[in-house]
Design a protein around this ligand. Structure first.
Ligand code: FES
Length: 286
C-alpha cells in the first residue's frame, strides 16, 4: 500500500495553521470576555448617586441654586458624562450641560467634580467617592445648571492671537512649513490645549483679577511664541501682550493649573518660560 497520500491529507499548511491559531485566540478572548462580563455585568442593579448643581434664572421656582439627587444605574466603564446623559435622558430633560466629542478632545465638558476641575467624559465614576458631586466650573458666571459663560475666556484666548503667523510661506502649494524635531519637542505639550478652561477655573489669581490673561491664554502664547516658524514681528507683539500688567507676572506659581490640566500640559513651567523671555527682551546693556 502506498504511503504517499495520508501525509498530504493530515498535515496542515502554514496558512491553515495560522488560521487555526487565530481561531483559537479568538475563542480564548471570547471566553475571557464572557467571564469578565459575568463577574461585573453591565448593570447589576447597582446605582450611583449624583448630586448635581441646578440653577435656572429664567424659570420661577428654579432661580435659587440647589442640588438635585439622581440615582443612575451604574455600568462598567461609565464616566461622569455618561451618568449625566442618563439622568437627563431618563429623569429630567431640563438638566443642562455641555458636551460634544465624548473623548477628551473638544474641551466642552469641563466640570467641578468632587471638588476638582475635570472633564466629565474622561472621569470614570469608579474612580470617585460617592455621592458624586457635580458642579459648574468655579469662578465663572453660571448660565444654567452646569453651563458657564465662556465669553471672557474666549476673549482672553483671542487676545494672544492664537494662530500661526509666519513671515514667509513655502513657495510651492505642496511644500511643507518645516519645523525641526527639537522645536517640535519644545512646543509639543502646549499644543495639546483643548480650551476647556479647567486651568483658569482653578487659578486663584484669575478668580481675583478678571483682567488677568490666565494660564490657558499664556500657554497658547507660549505655543506660538516658541514656534521657530513664527514671524519676528508677531513674536514681538505676542510677547508684549504676555508681559503686560495683567499678563505673566501675575502668576504666583501655585501650580493649581498644572494639577488640573486634563492634557497634562506643564502650564506653570511654560508660564515661567515666558517670564524668562520677557526678562531677556527687556535686558539692556550699556
Ligand atoms: Fe469633548 Fe469631554 S465631551 S472633551
Amino acid at each position: 500500500m502506498s504511503s504517499n497520500h495520508p501525509k498530504a491529507v493530515t498535515e496542515r499548511s502554514p496558512q491553515e495553521r495560522r488560521l487555526d491559531e487565530k481561531e483559537a485566540r479568538r475563542d480564548q478572548s471570547r471566553t475571557q470576555q464572557a467571564r469578565s462580563n459575568h463577574d461585573t455585568p453591565d448593570t447589576d442593579g447597582e446605582t450611583v448617586q449624583l448630586k448635581v448643581f441646578r440653577y435656572d434664572p429664567e424659570v420661577e421656582g428654579k432661580k435659587d441654586p440647589r442640588f438635585d439627587d439622581f440615582h443612575v444605574p451604574f455600568s462598567r466603564g461609565m464616566t461622569v458624562l455618561d451618568a449625566l446623559i442618563h439622568a437627563r435622558d431618563h429623569y429630567d430633560s431640563s438638566l443642562t450641560f455641555r458636551h460634544s466629542c465624548r473623548q477628551a478632545i473638544c474641551g466642552s465638558d469641563a466640570l467641578f467634580i468632587n471638588g476638582r476641575q475635570r472633564l466629565g467624559c474622561k472621569t470614570q465614576i469608579s474612580d470617585l467617592d460617592t455621592p458624586v458631586r457635580v458642579e459648574p466650573l468655579p469662578h465663572q458666571d453660571v448660565v444654567k445648571d452646569l453651563v458657564v459663560d465662556m465669553e471672557d475666556f474666549y476673549e482672553q484666548m483671542e487676545s494672544v492671537e492664537p494662530y500661526f503667523q509666519p513671515d514667509e510661506l513655502p513657495r510651492d502649494d505642496l511644500e511643507e512649513q518645516r519645523q525641526s524635531r527639537e522645536n517640535r519637542e519644545k512646543i509639543k505639550k502646549s499644543t495639546r490645549c483643548i480650551w476647556c478652561a479647567s486651568c483658569v477655573s482653578s487659578c486663584n489669581i484669575a478668580a481675583g483679577d478678571n483682567k488677568y490673561l490666565g494660564p490657558a491664554a499664556i500657554v497658547k502664547g507660549y505655543r506660538f511664541y516658541m514656534d521657530e516658524r513664527e514671524g519676528e514681528e508677531i513674536a514681538e507683539r505676542r510677547l508684549n501682550i504676555l508681559e503686560q500688567e495683567h499678563g505673566v507676572w501675575r502668576c504666583q506659581t501655585q501650580f493649581s493649573c498644572t494639577t488640573v490640566c486634563p492634557k497634562d500640559i506643564p502650564i506653570t513651567e511654560e508660564i515661567q518660560a515666558m517670564k524668562r523671555e520677557a526678562v531677556k527682551e527687556n535686558l539692556k546693556f550699556w
